[in-house]
Design a protein around this ligand. Structure first.
Ligand SMILES: *Cc1c(COP(=O)(O)O)cnc(C)c1O
Length: 211
């Protein structure tokens, strides 16, 4: 992997890889890891050093929110207002604030989760933001289409970055912590960085291919 610019942080996506692989990356200095399933997160969190910052990057079901909230530093995959409300409720109960990113649907595939940009503009209101007590919305996350067409990937990242800047200047103008743009994986992170990513989520380029 090429070196990342200062403003972009690396989330080492360790899903499907054993705790020993995480430990090895930890020993090399990495502290921020991404997991996509609750059970795996629980197993690794229990075994590994407590100063690891765990980022939850998988699709999150309502019935797992409580346990994810207990362990995750940041959740990247808020894809409905209902889920946002549930994370807020559980975080309050837990007595903490959870950093969350809104997942935006930018790809052409229908299978990817997320708000579409227009519904995101409509559903998020100042009142809603103001009512959140256990959640801090810190930015947007998106996944580009899985394709060899790099121009398409770039356009999708551009559209996410444009929405991000628009929201920064409008709805989130009073929220300086709304400053993260989570985009870019092993195959497309260099394009994502060029388009303004602050978090790249990289798995296979670090840990090898998954089973
Ligand atoms: C698995 C996964 C990644 C990492 O993908 P690689 O192609 O292995 O780098 C990044 N983001 C999300 C949301 C993932 O599920």
């Amino acid at each position: 992997m090429a070196e990342l610019p200062q403003a972009t942080r690396l989330i080492a996506v360790s899903k499907f890889h054993p705790a020993s692989a995480v430990q090895e990356a930890y020993d090399a200095g990495q502290r921020v890891f991404g997991e996509s399933r609750l059970q795996e997160l629980q197993l690794k969190q229990a075994q590994l050093p407590k100063d690891i910052e765990w980022h939850f990057i998988g699709h999150l079901q309502s019935n797992k929110v409580k346990q994810v909230v207990a362990l995750a530093h940041t959740i990247h995959t808020i894809d409905s207002i209902k889920l946002l409300a549930e994370v807020d409720r559980c975080a309050l109960k837990e007595g903490r604030t959870v950093r969350c990113l809104l997942q935006i649907h930018i790809a052409q595939e229908e299978t990817k989760y997320g708000f579409d940009p227009q519904s995101c503009r409509q559903l998020l209101t100042p009142e809603l933001l103001h009512s959140l007590k256990g959640v801090e919305i810190v930015g947007l996350m998106g996944m580009a289409t899985y394709t060899d067409n790099l121009q398409q990937v770039r356009e999708e990242f551009k559209s996410l970055a444009t929405l991000f800047r628009e929201l920064q200047q409008t709805l989130f103008a009073q929220y300086p912590n709304f400053c993260e743009l989570s985009m870019g994986m092993s195959d497309d992170y260099s394009i994502a960085i060029e388009e303004g990513s602050t978090y790249v989520r990289i798995g296979s380029s670090i840990f090898g291919s998954r089973e």
